[in-house]
Design a protein around this ligand. Structure first.
Ligand SMILES: Nc1nc2c(ncn2[C@@H]2O[C@H](COP(=O)(O)OP(=O)(O)O)[C@@H](O)[C@H]2O)c(=O)[nH]1
Ligand SMILES: [Mg+2]
Length: 370
């Protein structure tokens, strides 16, 4: 992994992007898509805006009728962030309304569909004529926000995460961590980690350090791993704390500073996101997109195979009433089709094996992190 020694000093801002991103990406710009999932009012918009220093905008309050008719809508917005000549095209995919409907499981389909649509879009471009300028709108990371008030993951979260883990790099976030005492936050983290383990759910974890990485970086990664799932608190308000202008939430007893590591894991989350953007992009391409691609080719294969099978059945019936010439010709066609079917089955078997191996390798890698 490419890191710069002064990365750790300044990990809190995007000024380090140029040090971290590879030169080739730096030139033509970098695309990264982040999806945020979680119930309404958990502070998702506030978190994203404070993470990327985006301007504040008015929150639209839905009417009662809108709330009653509410289905999950998915909104995506792109912003260009430029630091020291490096362009980052960041797309935020927000899922307002998640968890508002009575049946939360209804929410998985549109989210899963959105992720697949981006994979399909990439697949079409990859197989099209203009492969030099592929626009990558695949979802590289998903923040899955949970309420600080639930003790652990709800059954709907578990169901959702079980499926989501195979499509996207998931980062679990405990929102509004200022509602929890230090002890409560730690207990919630422990409970969530136990549940993830029990249900064999893999969330995104930074890869192990290389032997030649410096000690400071190794320590940084260790700290990040030990703090997961991140418990964050954020705010768009700026307050004066002993002459410093800080973002934070003001309470009668004091100010929770967004960027104070003693107050929340906000800085750790941002630092993970910046330092591991490239890793998440690679994992998206090599694991999640590959899974999609293999599934897609397999489906195509089985559709072909079904249509061959039905052709054969049709031909079989007509053979009984044909002339000798027709029968020989049909025998030949039958043999050809059978050979092709066999090839197709062989291809499907190989793909299935490949997919299983990839899945096993990924799980082994993830287990290695524990
Ligand atoms: N206590 C607390 N409130 C927060 C935090 N972040 C946002 N909020 C408040 O929660 C409400 C909903 O925030 P918003 O970002 O719109 O939530 P969203 O619906 O998940 O996008 C607003 O009143 C925010 O000021 C936080 O970290 N702690
Ligand atoms: Mg919002």
């Amino acid at each position: 992994m490419t890191t710069s020694p002064n990365y750790l000093v300044n990990a809190a801002n995007f000024g380090n992007l140029p040090n971290i991103l590879q030169r080739k990406h730096a030139k033509r710009g970098y695309e990264f898509t982040l999806m945020v999932v979680g119930e309404s009012d958990l502070g998702k918009t506030t978190l994203i805006k404070s993470l990327f220093n985006l301007p504040e905008s008015k929150k639209e309050v839905p009417t009662t009728q809108e709330l009653l008719n509410k289905t999950l809508s998915i909104e995506s917005k792109s912003v260009d962030i430029e630091e020291k000549g490096v362009r980052l095209k960041l797309t935020i995919v927000d899922t307002p309304g998640y968890g508002d409907s009575l049946n939360c499981s209804d929410n998985f389909e549109p989210i899963s569909q959105y992720i697949d649509e981006q994979f399909e879009n990439f697949y079409q471009q990859e197989n099209g004529l203009n492969r030099r300028q592929i626009r990558d709108s695949r979802v590289h990371c998903c923040f899955y926000c949970i309420s600080p008030l639930n003790f652990g993951l709800k059954p709907a979260d578990l169901e959702f995460l079980k499926k989501l883990q195979f499509k996207v790099n998931v980062i679990l976030i405990i929102s509004k961590s200022d509602c929890l005492t230090t002890k409560e936050a730690q207990a919630l983290k422990t409970k969530i980690l136990e549940e993830l383990k029990l249900h064999k759910i893999q969330v995104y974890t930074p890869p192990d350090c290389e032997n030649d990485d410096d000690d400071e970086f190794k320590e940084h990664i260790k700290q990040l791993k030990n703090s997961m799932p991140f418990a964050v608190s954020s705010s768009l308000e700026v307050h004066d704390v002993k002459g410093r202008k800080v973002r934070g939430r003001e309470y009668p007893w004091g100010i929770i500073e967004t960027e104070n590591p003693d107050h929340s894991d906000f800085v750790k989350l941002r630092s993970l996101l910046i330092s591991h953007m490239q890793d998440m992009r690679e994992l998206t391409h090599e694991l999640h997109y590959e899974n999609y691609r293999s599934r897609r080719i397999m489906n195509q294969g089985s559709q072909f195979s079904q249509s061959f099978q039905s052709d054969m059945n049709r031909d079989n019936i007509s053979i009984q009433s044909g002339s000798v010439f027709e029968e020989t010709e049909k025998d030949r066609i039958l043999q050809e089709k059978q050979a092709e079917l066999q090839k197709m089955h062989e291809m499907l078997r190989k793909m299935q094996e490949e997919m299983n191996m990839k899945q096993a390798a990924y799980e082994a890698k993830e287990n290695g992190h524990e």
